[in-house]
Design a protein. Structure first.
Length: 336
Protein backbone atom coordinates (compact mmCIF):
# COMPACT_ATOMS: atom_id res chain seq x y z
CA UNK A 1 0.00 0.00 0.00
CA UNK A 2 1.39 3.39 -1.00
CA UNK A 3 1.07 6.01 1.73
CA UNK A 4 1.06 9.62 0.59
CA UNK A 5 2.06 11.11 3.94
CA UNK A 6 5.69 12.22 4.28
CA UNK A 7 7.82 13.40 7.19
CA UNK A 8 7.21 17.03 8.07
CA UNK A 9 10.88 17.64 8.92
CA UNK A 10 11.86 17.61 5.24
CA UNK A 11 11.95 20.75 3.09
CA UNK A 12 8.64 21.47 1.42
CA UNK A 13 10.12 21.02 -2.05
CA UNK A 14 11.36 17.55 -1.10
CA UNK A 15 7.87 16.67 0.14
CA UNK A 16 6.46 17.78 -3.21
CA UNK A 17 8.95 15.56 -5.03
CA UNK A 18 8.17 12.56 -2.84
CA UNK A 19 4.43 13.01 -3.31
CA UNK A 20 4.87 13.49 -7.06
CA UNK A 21 7.03 10.36 -7.31
CA UNK A 22 4.34 8.28 -5.60
CA UNK A 23 1.66 9.67 -7.89
CA UNK A 24 3.94 8.91 -10.87
CA UNK A 25 4.32 5.29 -9.74
CA UNK A 26 0.55 4.90 -9.25
CA UNK A 27 -0.22 6.33 -12.71
CA UNK A 28 2.33 4.09 -14.40
CA UNK A 29 1.00 1.00 -12.60
CA UNK A 30 -2.56 1.86 -13.64
CA UNK A 31 -1.48 2.29 -17.26
CA UNK A 32 0.87 -0.73 -17.24
CA UNK A 33 -0.47 -3.46 -14.90
CA UNK A 34 2.33 -5.75 -16.06
CA UNK A 35 4.76 -3.64 -14.01
CA UNK A 36 3.04 -4.52 -10.72
CA UNK A 37 5.08 -7.72 -10.11
CA UNK A 38 8.28 -5.71 -10.59
CA UNK A 39 7.20 -3.29 -7.85
CA UNK A 40 6.17 -5.92 -5.30
CA UNK A 41 9.71 -6.85 -4.26
CA UNK A 42 10.97 -3.24 -3.74
CA UNK A 43 7.75 -2.40 -1.90
CA UNK A 44 8.08 -5.45 0.35
CA UNK A 45 11.75 -4.70 0.99
CA UNK A 46 10.95 -1.07 1.90
CA UNK A 47 8.20 -2.19 4.26
CA UNK A 48 10.42 -4.77 5.94
CA UNK A 49 13.30 -2.31 6.26
CA UNK A 50 11.24 0.43 7.91
CA UNK A 51 8.39 -1.36 9.68
CA UNK A 52 9.87 -4.56 11.13
CA UNK A 53 12.83 -2.97 13.03
CA UNK A 54 10.29 -0.79 14.87
CA UNK A 55 8.21 -3.75 16.07
CA UNK A 56 8.44 -4.94 19.68
CA UNK A 57 9.04 -8.57 18.65
CA UNK A 58 11.98 -7.65 16.47
CA UNK A 59 13.59 -5.48 19.15
CA UNK A 60 13.15 -8.22 21.77
CA UNK A 61 14.68 -10.85 19.46
CA UNK A 62 17.57 -8.53 18.50
CA UNK A 63 18.33 -7.88 22.17
CA UNK A 64 18.33 -11.62 22.89
CA UNK A 65 20.72 -12.24 19.98
CA UNK A 66 23.08 -9.52 21.25
CA UNK A 67 23.08 -11.00 24.74
CA UNK A 68 23.79 -14.50 23.44
CA UNK A 69 26.59 -13.17 21.22
CA UNK A 70 28.22 -11.33 24.12
CA UNK A 71 27.91 -14.41 26.33
CA UNK A 72 29.47 -16.74 23.76
CA UNK A 73 32.20 -14.20 23.04
CA UNK A 74 33.12 -13.94 26.72
CA UNK A 75 33.20 -17.72 27.18
CA UNK A 76 35.29 -18.32 24.09
CA UNK A 77 37.61 -15.42 24.94
CA UNK A 78 38.69 -17.12 28.16
CA UNK A 79 39.43 -20.37 26.31
CA UNK A 80 40.99 -18.87 23.18
CA UNK A 81 44.45 -20.32 23.73
CA UNK A 82 43.03 -23.79 24.37
CA UNK A 83 40.63 -23.74 21.42
CA UNK A 84 42.91 -22.07 18.85
CA UNK A 85 46.46 -23.47 18.42
CA UNK A 86 49.27 -20.93 18.38
CA UNK A 87 50.21 -21.53 14.67
CA UNK A 88 46.60 -20.96 13.64
CA UNK A 89 46.47 -17.76 15.69
CA UNK A 90 49.71 -16.63 14.01
CA UNK A 91 48.20 -17.25 10.59
CA UNK A 92 45.17 -15.23 11.68
CA UNK A 93 47.37 -12.30 12.72
CA UNK A 94 49.28 -12.53 9.41
CA UNK A 95 46.00 -12.50 7.47
CA UNK A 96 44.79 -9.52 9.49
CA UNK A 97 48.03 -7.63 8.76
CA UNK A 98 47.77 -8.43 5.06
CA UNK A 99 44.16 -7.29 5.07
CA UNK A 100 45.17 -3.95 6.58
CA UNK A 101 47.90 -3.50 3.94
CA UNK A 102 45.45 -4.26 1.13
CA UNK A 103 42.93 -1.82 2.57
CA UNK A 104 45.64 0.84 2.78
CA UNK A 105 46.59 0.31 -0.89
CA UNK A 106 42.95 0.42 -1.93
CA UNK A 107 42.39 3.55 0.14
CA UNK A 108 45.25 5.31 -1.64
CA UNK A 109 43.87 4.46 -5.08
CA UNK A 110 40.14 4.72 -4.36
CA UNK A 111 39.79 8.32 -5.58
CA UNK A 112 41.38 7.64 -8.95
CA UNK A 113 39.52 4.36 -9.38
CA UNK A 114 36.21 5.96 -8.45
CA UNK A 115 36.80 8.85 -10.87
CA UNK A 116 37.63 6.44 -13.72
CA UNK A 117 34.61 4.30 -12.89
CA UNK A 118 32.31 7.33 -12.87
CA UNK A 119 33.68 8.48 -16.24
CA UNK A 120 33.04 5.03 -17.72
CA UNK A 121 29.54 4.86 -16.27
CA UNK A 122 28.72 8.36 -17.50
CA UNK A 123 30.00 7.41 -20.96
CA UNK A 124 27.86 4.25 -21.07
CA UNK A 125 24.86 6.11 -19.66
CA UNK A 126 25.27 8.85 -22.28
CA UNK A 127 25.32 6.27 -25.07
CA UNK A 128 22.20 4.41 -23.92
CA UNK A 129 20.35 7.57 -22.89
CA UNK A 130 21.20 9.24 -26.19
CA UNK A 131 19.93 6.24 -28.13
CA UNK A 132 16.73 6.13 -26.09
CA UNK A 133 16.12 9.85 -26.53
CA UNK A 134 16.71 9.67 -30.30
CA UNK A 135 14.29 6.76 -30.73
CA UNK A 136 11.64 8.27 -28.47
CA UNK A 137 11.82 11.72 -30.03
CA UNK A 138 11.73 10.21 -33.53
CA UNK A 139 8.59 8.23 -32.73
CA UNK A 140 6.82 11.17 -31.11
CA UNK A 141 7.87 13.52 -33.93
CA UNK A 142 6.50 11.10 -36.51
CA UNK A 143 3.23 10.94 -34.58
CA UNK A 144 2.99 14.74 -34.42
CA UNK A 145 3.57 14.88 -38.17
CA UNK A 146 0.72 12.43 -38.72
CA UNK A 147 -1.45 14.38 -36.30
CA UNK A 148 -0.67 17.62 -38.11
CA UNK A 149 -1.94 15.97 -41.29
CA UNK A 150 -5.20 15.20 -39.50
CA UNK A 151 -5.37 18.77 -38.27
CA UNK A 152 -4.84 20.09 -41.83
CA UNK A 153 -7.76 17.92 -42.96
CA UNK A 154 -9.85 19.31 -40.09
CA UNK A 155 -9.16 22.92 -41.05
CA UNK A 156 -9.43 22.34 -44.79
CA UNK A 157 -13.11 23.27 -44.67
CA UNK A 158 -12.25 26.84 -43.63
CA UNK A 159 -9.39 27.27 -46.11
CA UNK A 160 -11.49 29.26 -48.57
CA UNK A 161 -12.42 31.73 -45.84
CA UNK A 162 -8.79 32.09 -44.82
CA UNK A 163 -7.72 32.72 -48.42
CA UNK A 164 -10.34 35.42 -48.73
CA UNK A 165 -9.15 37.06 -45.54
CA UNK A 166 -5.55 36.91 -46.75
CA UNK A 167 -6.46 38.62 -50.01
CA UNK A 168 -8.37 41.38 -48.22
CA UNK A 169 -5.66 41.97 -45.62
CA UNK A 170 -2.47 41.34 -47.59
CA UNK A 171 -0.71 44.48 -46.36
CA UNK A 172 -1.49 43.75 -42.72
CA UNK A 173 -0.33 40.16 -43.04
CA UNK A 174 2.90 41.25 -44.72
CA UNK A 175 3.57 43.65 -41.86
CA UNK A 176 2.89 40.91 -39.31
CA UNK A 177 5.15 38.48 -41.19
CA UNK A 178 7.96 41.04 -41.17
CA UNK A 179 7.54 41.51 -37.42
CA UNK A 180 7.53 37.77 -36.80
CA UNK A 181 10.61 37.30 -39.00
CA UNK A 182 12.48 40.01 -37.13
CA UNK A 183 11.54 38.36 -33.85
CA UNK A 184 12.75 34.96 -35.08
CA UNK A 185 16.05 36.43 -36.24
CA UNK A 186 16.55 38.19 -32.91
CA UNK A 187 15.66 35.02 -31.00
CA UNK A 188 18.01 32.93 -33.16
CA UNK A 189 20.86 35.35 -32.50
CA UNK A 190 20.17 35.10 -28.79
CA UNK A 191 20.17 31.32 -29.07
CA UNK A 192 23.55 31.35 -30.84
CA UNK A 193 24.85 33.71 -28.19
CA UNK A 194 23.62 31.30 -25.53
CA UNK A 195 25.41 28.38 -27.19
CA UNK A 196 28.67 30.34 -27.42
CA UNK A 197 28.39 31.44 -23.79
CA UNK A 198 27.75 27.86 -22.75
CA UNK A 199 30.86 26.65 -24.58
CA UNK A 200 32.93 29.41 -22.99
CA UNK A 201 31.51 28.57 -19.57
CA UNK A 202 32.28 24.86 -19.87
CA UNK A 203 35.82 25.57 -21.07
CA UNK A 204 36.42 27.98 -18.19
CA UNK A 205 34.92 25.54 -15.70
CA UNK A 206 37.18 22.75 -16.93
CA UNK A 207 40.24 24.99 -16.56
CA UNK A 208 39.28 26.11 -13.05
CA UNK A 209 38.58 22.54 -11.94
CA UNK A 210 42.01 21.48 -13.17
CA UNK A 211 43.54 24.24 -10.99
CA UNK A 212 41.48 23.32 -7.92
CA UNK A 213 42.62 21.08 -5.08
CA UNK A 214 40.41 20.59 -2.03
CA UNK A 215 38.45 23.78 -2.71
CA UNK A 216 37.12 25.31 -5.91
CA UNK A 217 39.88 27.64 -7.17
CA UNK A 218 37.85 30.91 -7.35
CA UNK A 219 36.48 30.25 -3.86
CA UNK A 220 39.98 29.54 -2.62
CA UNK A 221 41.15 32.90 -3.96
CA UNK A 222 38.09 34.59 -2.52
CA UNK A 223 38.78 33.10 0.92
CA UNK A 224 42.19 34.79 0.86
CA UNK A 225 40.41 38.15 1.13
CA UNK A 226 39.95 37.48 4.83
CA UNK A 227 43.73 37.77 5.23
CA UNK A 228 43.54 41.39 4.08
CA UNK A 229 39.98 42.31 5.09
CA UNK A 230 39.04 40.37 8.24
CA UNK A 231 35.82 42.33 8.60
CA UNK A 232 34.25 40.64 5.55
CA UNK A 233 34.25 37.30 7.37
CA UNK A 234 34.37 33.94 5.59
CA UNK A 235 32.82 35.21 2.37
CA UNK A 236 33.93 32.14 0.40
CA UNK A 237 31.68 29.86 2.45
CA UNK A 238 28.74 32.23 1.95
CA UNK A 239 29.26 32.25 -1.82
CA UNK A 240 29.66 28.49 -1.91
CA UNK A 241 26.44 27.95 0.04
CA UNK A 242 24.58 30.33 -2.28
CA UNK A 243 25.84 28.55 -5.41
CA UNK A 244 24.98 25.15 -3.96
CA UNK A 245 21.49 26.40 -3.11
CA UNK A 246 20.92 27.65 -6.65
CA UNK A 247 22.10 24.41 -8.25
CA UNK A 248 20.05 22.34 -5.82
CA UNK A 249 16.90 24.36 -6.51
CA UNK A 250 17.49 24.17 -10.28
CA UNK A 251 17.90 20.41 -10.12
CA UNK A 252 14.73 20.03 -8.04
CA UNK A 253 12.73 22.22 -10.41
CA UNK A 254 13.94 20.33 -13.48
CA UNK A 255 13.19 16.99 -11.83
CA UNK A 256 9.78 18.14 -10.62
CA UNK A 257 8.52 19.64 -13.88
CA UNK A 258 9.89 16.82 -16.01
CA UNK A 259 8.23 14.17 -13.84
CA UNK A 260 5.05 16.19 -13.38
CA UNK A 261 4.63 16.80 -17.13
CA UNK A 262 5.22 13.12 -17.92
CA UNK A 263 2.75 12.04 -15.23
CA UNK A 264 0.14 14.57 -16.39
CA UNK A 265 0.35 13.55 -20.04
CA UNK A 266 0.35 9.85 -19.13
CA UNK A 267 -2.75 10.34 -16.97
CA UNK A 268 -4.65 11.89 -19.89
CA UNK A 269 -3.46 9.06 -22.15
CA UNK A 270 -1.87 11.12 -24.92
CA UNK A 271 0.84 9.71 -27.13
CA UNK A 272 3.45 12.50 -27.02
CA UNK A 273 4.80 12.43 -23.45
CA UNK A 274 8.58 12.12 -23.41
CA UNK A 275 9.61 15.09 -25.55
CA UNK A 276 7.39 17.65 -23.73
CA UNK A 277 8.71 16.35 -20.39
CA UNK A 278 12.32 16.92 -21.42
CA UNK A 279 11.49 20.39 -22.73
CA UNK A 280 9.62 21.20 -19.50
CA UNK A 281 12.71 20.25 -17.49
CA UNK A 282 14.81 22.60 -19.60
CA UNK A 283 12.31 25.46 -19.32
CA UNK A 284 12.19 24.95 -15.53
CA UNK A 285 15.91 25.76 -15.33
CA UNK A 286 16.18 28.12 -18.31
CA UNK A 287 12.84 29.98 -18.33
CA UNK A 288 12.72 30.95 -21.99
CA UNK A 289 9.02 30.03 -21.94
CA UNK A 290 6.60 28.91 -19.20
CA UNK A 291 6.74 25.18 -18.51
CA UNK A 292 3.04 24.69 -19.25
CA UNK A 293 3.50 25.71 -22.89
CA UNK A 294 4.95 22.27 -23.67
CA UNK A 295 1.51 20.64 -23.47
CA UNK A 296 0.32 22.36 -26.68
CA UNK A 297 0.80 19.19 -28.83
CA UNK A 298 -1.15 17.17 -26.25
CA UNK A 299 -3.90 19.81 -26.17
CA UNK A 300 -4.09 19.69 -29.96
CA UNK A 301 -4.47 15.91 -29.81
CA UNK A 302 -7.30 16.13 -27.28
CA UNK A 303 -9.07 18.97 -29.07
CA UNK A 304 -8.80 17.95 -32.72
CA UNK A 305 -8.10 14.20 -32.72
CA UNK A 306 -9.98 12.90 -29.68
CA UNK A 307 -12.33 15.94 -29.62
CA UNK A 308 -12.56 15.79 -25.84
CA UNK A 309 -12.81 19.44 -24.78
CA UNK A 310 -13.42 18.70 -21.10
CA UNK A 311 -10.19 16.68 -20.75
CA UNK A 312 -8.33 19.37 -22.67
CA UNK A 313 -9.52 22.01 -20.20
CA UNK A 314 -8.53 19.80 -17.25
CA UNK A 315 -5.08 19.24 -18.74
CA UNK A 316 -4.56 22.97 -19.23
CA UNK A 317 -5.50 23.64 -15.61
CA UNK A 318 -3.28 20.80 -14.39
CA UNK A 319 -0.31 22.08 -16.40
CA UNK A 320 -0.67 25.60 -15.04
CA UNK A 321 -1.38 24.68 -11.41
CA UNK A 322 2.24 23.91 -10.21
CA UNK A 323 3.44 27.35 -11.28
CA UNK A 324 1.21 28.87 -8.59
CA UNK A 325 2.98 27.14 -5.68
CA UNK A 326 6.05 25.08 -6.62
CA UNK A 327 8.18 27.88 -8.05
CA UNK A 328 7.70 30.05 -4.98
CA UNK A 329 8.70 27.20 -2.64
CA UNK A 330 11.86 26.47 -4.64
CA UNK A 331 12.93 30.10 -4.73
CA UNK A 332 12.25 30.54 -1.01
CA UNK A 333 14.65 27.70 -0.24
CA UNK A 334 17.34 29.47 -2.25
CA UNK A 335 16.75 32.75 -0.38
CA UNK A 336 16.95 31.03 2.99
Amino acid sequence: MIVLTVPSSEPESTRYLRLLWRVFVVVQLLKNPGLIPLVLFPAAYTYIKHAIPKSTYYQTFAEWVRQMYDKVKDELGDRRKALVPKPVFGLYKMATYGNRKILTILGNTIDEAAANLMICLMFLFSIFAGGFVVVQVQQETAYMVRMSGTLHQTIYSVADTVITLVKDNAALIASMATSVLSFVIAYFSQFVDFILNTIFFLASLSLLLSLSDDQYYPLYKLSKLTDYFPEVGNIADVVELSINGIFKASFKMALFYGTYTYTLLSFFDVYVTFTPSVVASIFAVIPLFPTYIVILPALAELLFVQQDYFLAALMAIGAYFPTTCVDEVMYQEVKT
